[in-house]
Structures are given as structure tokens and as C-alpha cells.
Design a protein around this ligand. Structure first.
Ligand SMILES: Cc1cc2nc3c(=O)[nH]c(=O)nc-3n(C[C@H](O)[C@H](O)[C@H](O)COP(=O)(O)OP(=O)(O)OC[C@H]3O[C@@H](n4cnc5c(N)ncnc54)[C@H](O)[C@@H]3O)c2cc1C
Length: 385
């Protein structure tokens, strides 16, 4: 425990029990498999049904749709404990904190009943496909189309860097249903991929870090999907739907960053207390104490800020600029703190067998996905007047 005195403003006894159960689950069930998942570049398919059976998927979705009946805090607690256990490759955040909430918030009643129970058991694995080979930050420039033909949409286009791309069988595709209207012609179309001949998975891309996460190319070639699969049933709502959900997605990334900071400092403290140089513990050098003092201060500042943001989110008051501040600042600090912690490990910090080395590689993407940190500063900048 890095901050034993700290009290999270939104945690209660029920969440404490959930936190302990999630910590046990990820440590006992997933951690022993992690090395193999890293080697194969993806988690096992049954990781999803195991997490579903244990009640950890869709923790924030009401029980009538198969979820655990909690809210954003429940999703957060599960996500934090997953990261604390070092399970960076399980695409829980995309599945449970992005895809399921999109269906819950924007889906018609029939869509909720059709897809949420499967997402909660893990029979369905969710992905969201926004990014394309030619556009990422500029979402309005997507070229994928979903054009109506009778009672079907015909989807054509290519997506890339899609988390859960190898396992997903329910993909929310950002596509233009009316290309002439630009951003106002964007819709979210749900593609069920099983036995769908127009859907093809491309490569599971090799990456710098997050090696157990499948990050893939997806192709849609005259991929037919029923008009009933238009999320919310109304064309042209996609861009607004994306913008409304982004603060929660960005806060989630910030929270993962804070867990990583805390974990990095904890394992580094263990290391520098053991490691000796010039006849003393590495911790006893003033430089080590000063650097770790800075790291610990920044981690606590980040922790209190993200927990306050969770509170604002629950009250419906988390705006885009504040969520962007959390995402940008916490992910920058995550990378800086992990770099400092790696340095304090000396050569060991560069070796795969030390957790800090993997954390260093995994951290880098946090400044890129979910909207790059440059885009975050653009959004914060707009609030300056
Ligand atoms: C591991 C991983 C997982 C991912 N998972 C998903 C996923 O599940 N689904 C999905 O849809 N996408 C996913 N992505 C894609 C990710 O969201 C994009 O890579 C990201 O949004 C950036 O888009 P881009 O790569 O096209 O970069 P670009 O938009 O081409 O940006 C290139 C550079 O230009 C800068 N830039 C762009 N516009 C501006 C501007 N207006 N002002 C200043 N600078 C600017 C950017 O900040 C960046 O530094 C994932 C990416 C990774 C690496």
C-alpha cells in the first residue's frame, strides 16, 4: 500500500469487497497465464468466459441486461485491480467500459437485450473500430461507409490498431451512412462477425509493449449487417455519441496510469531497499530518496485528481476539458515516473525479467490512444476562451 492513509472519496464497503475479489481473481487466474499470453500475442479466448463467469465483465451494467448492476465505480475497481496484477493485455477496458456502455446508453431496448447479456458472460467479445490506415485523430475523416440497401447496411472499409481485434465478435464500426454530410453523416453500426463473409481479420500487429493485447487490422468488404444493427436506430448520431462517451474513456486511461505509477514506485522501493552499492542500500543515496519523493508526491496528486474526476463523472459534471487534463497529465507522469523507477533499477531495469522493464514499454501507448495528448491539449485549449 503506497498511501495507507489515503481515503478514496467514492469507495465503500461493497466496492472494497469487489476490489479484493478482483485482485484475487486476476492474480490467481490470469497472472500465471500472462507470460504465455505475451508470447502468443493475445489472451486465450476462454479468458473472456472465465471473467464473465466470475462476474467481472460489465460490472456497471444493470442486472436486467446481464450485468452486475453497478456503475462506473464498479468498472473502475475491476480495471484498477487488473492493472495492479500486471494484466495489461486483457482488453477489459474496451469491452466493459467502452463497448457495453455504448450499447447501454445508445442502444434501443431490443439492442440492449440482444447484446448486453452476451457481453456480460464473455460469449461476445467487444471491439470499437474508429481508427483507419489514413485517419485516427481526425475522426470526421473516416472513409468506411455503411450504405443502406433495403433492410441491410453494406459496410466497406479498413480499420487498424483495433484492440480485441482477433477475438472480437461484436464490433462497433464508425462509418459514414451519408458520406456527403461529413461528420454529421457518421453512424455507429454494430457488426456481428460470426459467419459474416464480408468481415475479415487482418494481422495481429506486433508492438513495442502491451504484447498480450491483440491489436489488429479489420476489413469490411461488402459486409452486410441488418439495419436493426444501427446503434440507437437513427442515422447521423455517431459523432455526437462518440463525443459524449470520450470523457469516461479518457478518465479510465488516466486511472490506469495512476495504478501504474503506484505499482512502479512500490516495486522500485522493494528493489532499492535490497540493492546495495558502495556499502549502502540504493535507497540511502540522497538522489534516490529525492527522486522517489518526487514520484510519490506526483502519484498522490494524480490519485486525488482522478478520484475527484470519478466523483464528477458520477454526478454528471465531468466535462471534456477536465477529462482531457486527467488523461494528458496522468499519462505523461506515468511515463516520467516509470522512467525514473527504471533508472533506479540500474541494468536490471532494462531486463525483461524485471517488471519495470515491461511497464516502461507498456506505458508509452498511453500518451497515444484514446486521443493523443496533443489532441487533449487542443481540447483543454478550447476551454481557455
Ligand atoms: C495499442 C493501441 C491500441 C489501439 N486501440 C484502438 C481501438 O481499439 N480502436 C480504435 O479505433 N483505435 C485504436 N487505436 C488507435 C489510436 O486511437 C490512434 O492511434 C490515435 O487516436 C492516433 O491516431 P493516428 O495513429 O492516426 O495518429 P495521427 O492522427 O495520424 O497523428 C499523428 C501525430 O499528429 C498529431 N496530431 C494530429 N492531429 C493534430 C492536431 N490537430 N494538433 C496537433 N497535433 C496533431 C498527433 O498527436 C500525433 O502526434 C489504438 C492504438 C494503439 C497504439
Amino acid at each position: 500500500m503506497l498511501f495507507p492513509e489515503y481515503q478514496c472519496p467514492w469507495q465503500d464497503d461493497e466496492l472494497r469487497i469487489l476490489r479484493d475479489a478482483a485482485a484475487r481473481f486476476f492474480t490467481q487466474e490470469f497472472k500465471p497465464l500472462n507470460e504465455r499470453w505475451i508470447a502468443q500475442g493475445k489472451v486465450d479466448r476462454d479468458a473472456w468466459t472465465k471473467a464473465g463467469a466470475a462476474g467481472f465483465l460489465c460490472a456497471g451494467i444493470p442486472a436486467e441486461y446481464g450485468g452486475a448492476g453497478g456503475d462506473y465505480r464498479h468498472e473502475t475497481v475491476v480495471m484498477e485491480e487488473m492493472h495492479r496484477a500486471g494484466i495489461g493485455g486483457f482488453g477489459y477496458q474496451v469491452h466493459s467500459t467502452i463497448v457495453a456502455p455504448y450499447i447501454y446508453h445508445y442502444g434501443t431496448e431490443a439492442q440492449r437485450r440482444r447484446w448486453l447479456p452476451g457481453l456480460a458472460t464473455g460469449e461476445l467479445v467487444g471491439a470499437i473500430a474508429m481508427t483507419e490506415p489514413n485517419t485516427g485523430s481526425d475522426l470526421q475523416a473516416v472513409r468506411t461507409t455503411a450504405l443502406r440497401e433495403g433492410d441491410q447496411y453494406v459496410v466497406n472499409g479498413a480499420k487498424t490498431y483495433i484492440t480485441n481485434g482477433q477475438h472480437a465478435n461484436l464490433v462497433i464500426v464508425v462509418a459514414k451512412t451519408d458520406p456527403a454530410k461529413g461528420g454529421k453523416g457518421i453512424s455507429l453500426v454494430v457488426v456481428e462477425t460470426d459467419d459474416n463473409p464480408g468481415f475479415k481479420r487482418g494481422r495481429n500487429l506486433r508492438k513495442l509493449g502491451m504484447k498480450a493485447a491483440d491489436t489488429s487490422e479489420l476489413f469490411f468488404e461488402d459486409c452486410r449487417t441488418p439495419v436493426d444493427n444501427l446503434l440507437g436506430g437513427e442515422e447521423g448520431r455517431g459523432f455526437v455519441q462518440l463525443m459524449q462517451q470520450l470523457p469516461a474513456e479518457r478518465l479510465n486511461i488516466a486511472q490506469a496510469a495512476v495504478v501504474a505509477m503506484e505499482r512502479a514506485i512500490e516495486i522500485t522501493l522493494d528493489f532499492v531497499k535490497e540493492r546495495k552499492a558502495f556499502g549502502q542500500r540504493v535507497l540511502d543515496f540522497q538522489n534516490t530518496r529525492f527522486r522517489l519523493a518526487e514520484c510519490k508526491s506526483e502519484a498522490l496528486i494524480a490519485r486525488t485528481f482522478v478520484d475527484q474526476c470519478v466523483q464528477w463523472l458520477l454526478e454528471g459534471r465531468l466535462d471534456a476539458a477536465t477529462a482531457s487534463m486527467a488523461k494528458y497529465w496522468c499519462t505523461e507522469k506515468q511515463c516520467e515516473i516509470i522512467d525514473t523507477c527504471l533508472q533506479l533499477h540500474g541494468g536490471a531495469g532494462y531486463m525483461d525479467e524485471y517488471e519495470i522493464s515491461r511497464m516502461y514499454a507498456d506505458a508509452r501507448v498511453q500518451k497515444i490512444y484514446g486521443g493523443t495528448n496533443e489532441i487533449m491539449k487542443e481540447l483543454i485549449g478550447r476551454s481557455l476562451g
